[in-house]
Design a protein around this ligand. Structure first.
Ligand SMILES: Nc1ncnc2c1ncn2[C@@H]1O[C@H](COP(=O)(O)OP(=O)(O)OP(=O)(O)O)[C@@H](O)[C@H]1O
Length: 456
């Protein structure tokens, strides 16, 4: 686990790595993923569920080590064990199981194929600015989710943010290591001074009562490090570092890296305000400030991805169709939907074609023609093709109209198979939205019968 009480313990002298265990509980051990101050992390395989998992086994207890270490390990283990099955968010590592083995207790987590964000803090390995902002957005949204569960992480740092790597490129991020978490619902006392000094807010340092703005400061400090390639503050001694955290202004990011705009600098510096009241009021505000940098082009656009996940998320959030979707379900849509761009004149559907997909128009406009007559114009936030998609019989699955793009459109689409990939809750929300759409269409059809010449 990552939390280090102050004063920090000296780095453990790591003996040569012990041989790999063949099995931990019901999990086959496939390899070693890493190690922390208090634990070893293994790649395991769950034969029952048929999936890879990460197993974090407490080392101090296994070695029957120092009672102090053992004491802390137990506390950290208990904190994470209490969260089994509780945190379900695409940007939070899921804790799947906790086994309080008397010799070596272990946690089983979702396996993240990648590395921590630590290597990307090095000046020669910095990530593109737009990716850092994207990581910030996702972490802010995820920590907002964590906070709504009544939790404050208290140890947000690069080593606790796992980067998902796809072909060597960072494509996603997941918050891990809840060993220092403060559970506002059940922890009667706040055990002060857990966390990592370099990313620690002034109020966390002096043991004040914390709220989510302490994590906000830490995330700001992580983003600062990822942008600048150097930590917020750097000092030879712990007391000098503490003095800087209390009193020093961080060097402006615009001076530390080419391409950093005043806007980006200001967004990060606000999260780093010494006084929590001067930071963002809530996580939504911080996330919005970060995504706003992309929409207002205050971060240079590289070519990592044509459209960022955060842009897609923000776009979907504005659409009526998704108004009842929570953040978690909306992220599922961002990741699972097929996103397509269509030019003017493209036929989304032709009369007589069998429908096995539906589209939701994210941007642009389509018109619906029945036998050459325009019968409807559909703009962003509406669905099209859902009638054939939902039809109970093959005969009704054939489209009865032509649907043509009349303003360049971005749509997201699902097939029955791809909709089965999302959670039951997310599917349920789709069905709710379809009911609303269909009731409106029915009403429109009645109007059309009553006023046949009107275009709907
Ligand atoms: N879910 C996971 N999937 C893949 N790798 C993981 C996962 N969790 C942890 N790791 C790897 O194991 C390493 C150690 O994990 P972790 O930081 O949770 O242990 P720790 O004992 O808390 O460490 P520290 O005290 O140094 O923060 C991580 O740096 C990471 O490389």
């Amino acid at each position: 686990m990552s939390a280090v009480p102050l004063p920090p313990t000296t780095a453990p002298t790591t003996p040569a790595a012990p041989p790999l265990p063949a099995q931990i509980g019901k999990y086959r051990v496939l390899g070693r993923l890493g190690e922390g101050a208090t634990s070893e992390v293994y790649l395991g395989f769950d034969d029952f569920q048929g999936r890879q998992v990460a197993i974090k086994r407490v080392r101090a207890a296994a070695a029957g080590g120092d009672p102090m270490d053992g004491h802390y390990s137990e506390r950290f283990f208990a904190a994470e064990a209490a969260l089994v099955g509780r945190l379900q968010h695409p940007n939070v590592v899921q804790i799947l199981d906790a086994v309080p083995d008397p010799v070596a207790p272990y946690l089983v987590m979702e396996y993240v194929a990648g590395s921590t964000l630590r290597p990307y803090c090095r000046a020669d390995q910095l990530l593109p600015l737009e990716l850092v902002v994207e990581i910030g957005f996702k972490c802010a949204m995820a920590l907002g989710y964590v906070y709504r569960q009544g939790l404050i992480h208290r140890d947000v740092k690069p080593a606790n943010l796992l980067a998902v790597l796809t072909n060597g490129v960072v494509t996603d991020v997941k918050i891990s290591d809840f060993g220092s978490v403060l559970n506002l619902g059940s922890d009667v006392t706040q055990v002060h001074r857990v966390g990592s000094l370099a990313y620690m807010s002034p109020e966390q340092l002096d043991g004040s009562t914390l709220d989510s703005r302490a994590d906000m400061y830490s995330l700001g400090a992580v983003l600062y490090h990822l942008i600048a390639g150097r930590p917020l503050f750097d000092a030879q001694t712990q007391s000098a570092m503490m003095h800087q955290i209390y009193h020093a202004d961080p060097a402006p990011l615009v001076d530390l890296r080419a391409g950093v705009s005043a806007g980006l600098d200001a967004v990060i510096q606000r999260a780093l305000a010494k006084n929590p009241d001067e930071r963002y009021a809530d996580w939504g505000e911080f996330a919005q400030a970060l995504s706003g940098l992309v929409t207002t082009q205050q971060v240079p656009r590289g070519r990592i991805q044509d459209v960022l996940d955060s842009e897609r998320f923000t776009l979907l959030r504005t659409l009526e169709f998704f108004q009842s979707f929570g953040d978690v379900e909306l992220w599922e849509v961002v990741h699972r939907a097929r996103w397509q761009r269509f030019n003017f004149g493209h036929a989304l559907y032709r009369k007589g074609q069998e429908g096995n997909s539906f589209h939701i128009i994210a941007q642009g406009e389509v018109e619906v023609f029945r036998d050459g007559n325009r019968v409807a114009k559909l703009g962003s936030g509406t669905s099209v093709g859902e009638m054939a998609y939902l039809a109970p019989s093959d005969e009704l699955k054939r489209h009865s109209t032509d649907v043509i793009v009349t303003k360049p459109a971005t749509t997201i689409s699902f097939t029955p198979d791809s909709l089965m990939q999302v959670s039951a809750n997310c599917r349920h929300l789709f069905h709710d939205s379809f009911i609303r759409v269909l009731v409106r269409r029915l009403h429109a059809a009645h109007e059309a019968i009553a006023h046949p010449r009107r275009i709907l």
